[in-house]
Design a protein around this ligand. Structure first.
Ligand code: ARG
Length: 587
């Protein structure tokens, strides 16, 4: 199925050709078309053009209007104010373009693919081995997952990378401890739950820490382990692998609860770049991008200074020869650019790491690994706050366990579903409760712009009113129920029918789905899609209040309204899927 040209694009094209017919020198002038409250659209571009060509704007506008080919598309076009154009779309054109979207069997609703897709490597959902996941990891996973969906939907070639924290000095202590207590991670059952895996790791971590802090000899042995690990000693690596495997059991259980696909092959943690670290340092040092300073290999920046005014360097290699987070990230850039052939590197990481990425990206540019054609962007997200507006902590001041939060969201959502449930079994309530609860958490995260902090407020998240996923899910389920009730009567587009205001408003908004998706994908801004969907559900609610569907006046009107219902349902379903959120058929 070919893509569908939106009404906006069609109007834009006709205005542009009328403009260039009027003023041949203005062949590429933008008519600046917007949706408007006065008419369906307003075009403001003629004002600037008149100024440039010293013409009278209202006269120029009138000349353009005379040349616009209206056809069935434009019902009315008139000059207003100092030289704006007010444009009203014909009802039949609205119904006809929606019918084209509806006929798209691929489920893309006529949304086109990008003309020139690139390859984006996206770094997201990157928890740390042997550690509990927290709300920061939630944000990276939820935002990243939605951006993956959005980009893939526009035809971009997407490579996912879960840059888990699985390397570094902290493993010396853990490995040494497990080596001395080898049965601590033995599993009685073949299959253990994520919860059990995490509690095993937690127990081990605490025991190792206790020993490390109290026993000098153990401390020395643990430090030696770090060296063995970096050197790739097979036995040390085998013990280390046990931690990674145990952690993956836990990670996968959380991602599953989040209803999110994370593939093992896409998990390439910090350890995955170990072989490249020495070479990365050599390349940086030889090219002069990095210099030795007190034994450490450093990169300096003009504009990055500490509180005392001294330059803050990026340390690529420490004076003891050890490599850190920066060396790993620089090596990952080389891998992503030269092996994975990325055109864009996208990092969905906490805003608090912004300085790190600024320095890493600038270093890579100086080294020539990044340039104008191969760029890197941090999609930086803000902090999750508690209801008190402070960073989210338990009452005891500890980090909140992500699993506890998700379970609570599911529990609250199940209560909401149960209360409203009419014909749902216990099993269905549990299933919907999970879809609503997880949807609520994701939507709360995705509906504000990523760089902002947001309050984690479960009461608000599972509310049926306001800008929540539950509201959107109910709108969808309501439509599905109308369509079921229609029974034998099938939705059908009836372009010959005049439309009520609420129908026109709904139809015009439905038509702009492709633009909403394209903008959200281009700007890595799922919140723009969320806002579009919320408005869609609101417009549907108004339509449903004002326009009886199954009891419309004529059988044709019933069909056409069912058709509007169905296009709305499909758009909600597709849009929510792009946010990673389910739309249950019944609620
Ligand atoms: N594991 C890190 C953390 O928990 C995030 C990794 C971000 N990605 C990267 N390429 N540095 O903070």
């Amino acid at each position: 199925m070919a893509s569908v040209t939106s009404l906006t694009d069609s109007v834009q094209q006709r205005l542009a050709s009328a403009l260039s017919a009027t003023l041949p020198e203005a062949a590429d002038a933008d008519p600046l078309l917007r949706r408007s409250d006065r008419a369906d659209y307003q075009a403001n571009g003629i004002l600037a053009l008149a100024k440039k060509t010293k013409a009278n704007p209202r006269e120029l506008a009138a000349q353009v209007v005379a040349r616009v080919e209206s056809g069935d598309l434009i019902k009315d076009i008139e000059v207003s104010g100092p030289g704006f154009l007010n444009i009203t779309i014909g009802d039949s054109a609205i119904t006809t373009t929606l019918a084209e979207r509806y006929a798209d069997e691929t489920g893309r609703l006529g949304v086109p693919y990008a003309a020139t897709p690139g390859t984006t490597v996206i770094d997201y959902a990157q928890p740390n081995v042997a550690k509990e996941m927290h709300v920061g990891h939630l944000r990276s996973a939820v935002i990243g997952d939605s951006v993956v969906e959005l980009l893939e939907f526009t035809g971009e070639n997407v490579v996912r990378r879960h840059h888990i924290g699985d390397w570094g000095t902290q493993f010396g202590m853990l490995i040494q401890y497990l080596d001395e207590h080898p049965h601590e991670l033995d599993h009685k059952d073949a299959q253990i739950s994520g919860e059990e895996a995490m509690s095993n790791l937690d127990r081990l971590y605490k025991a190792a820490r206790r020993l490390f802090d109290s026993d000098e000899a153990f401390k020395t042995r643990a430090r030696r382990r770090v060296v063995d690990l970096q050197a790739g000693d097979p036995h040390t690596l085998a013990v280390w692998q046990r931690f990674v495997d145990e952690s993956k059991i836990y990670f996968f259980s959380v991602f599953e609860k989040l209803d999110m696909e994370v593939r093992d092959a896409d998990i390439v943690g910090e350890s995955g770049y170990n072989d490249m670290l020495a070479e990365t340092c050599r390349l940086l040092e030889e090219s002069g991008v990095a210099v030795r300073s007190e034994g450490a290999l450093c990169v300096f920046f003009e504009d990055i200074k500490g509180p005392d005014g001294d330059p803050v360097p990026l340390i690529v290699q420490k004076s003891d020869g050890g490599y850190g987070y920066a060396a790993t990230d620089l090596s990952a850039i080389r891998d992503r650019v030269f092996n994975l052939k990325a055109s864009t590197l996208l990092y969905v990481v906490d805003a608090r790491q912004a300085l790190h990425f600024r320095m890493v990206f600038e270093t890579a540019r100086r080294a020539g690994w990044l340039n104008d054609d191969v760029t890197a962007v941090q999609l930086a997200f803000g902090t999750v706050l508690g209801k008190d507006g402070k960073p989210f902590k338990t009452r005891e001041g500890e980090t909140v366990r992500l699993v506890d939060l998700l379970d609570e969201a599911i529990e609250r959502a199940s209560a909401v579903v149960r209360e409203k449930a009419q014909d749902l079994s216990e099993e269905e309530i549990a299933e919907r409760g999970a879809q609503v609860g997880i949807g609520a958490v994701k939507y709360a995260d995705l509906s504000t712009s990523a760089n902002r902090d947001y309050k984690f407020d479960l009461d608000q998240m599972v509310s049926l009113h306001g800008d929540t996923s539950v509201y959107l899910q109910y709108a969808y389920a309501r439509i599905r129920s109308i369509l079921r009730k229609a029974g034998e009567v099938r939705p059908a587009a009836r372009p010959e029918l005049a439309l009520a205001d609420a129908e026109r408003a709904l139809g015009l908004h439905l038509d702009s789905f492709a633009e909403a998706v394209a903008e959200a994908a281009r700007e890595y801004a799922p919140h723009k899609l969320a806002a579009y969907l919320y408005q869609l559900a609101s417009l549907f609610t108004t339509f449903y209040d004002k326009c009886p569907v199954l009891r419309a006046e004529t059988p044709e009107q019933v069909q056409n309204r069912l058709f509007l219902c169905d296009v709305t349902a499909r758009t909600l379903h597709r849009g929510m899927a792009l946010l990673g959120i389910r739309t249950p058929e019944k609620l």
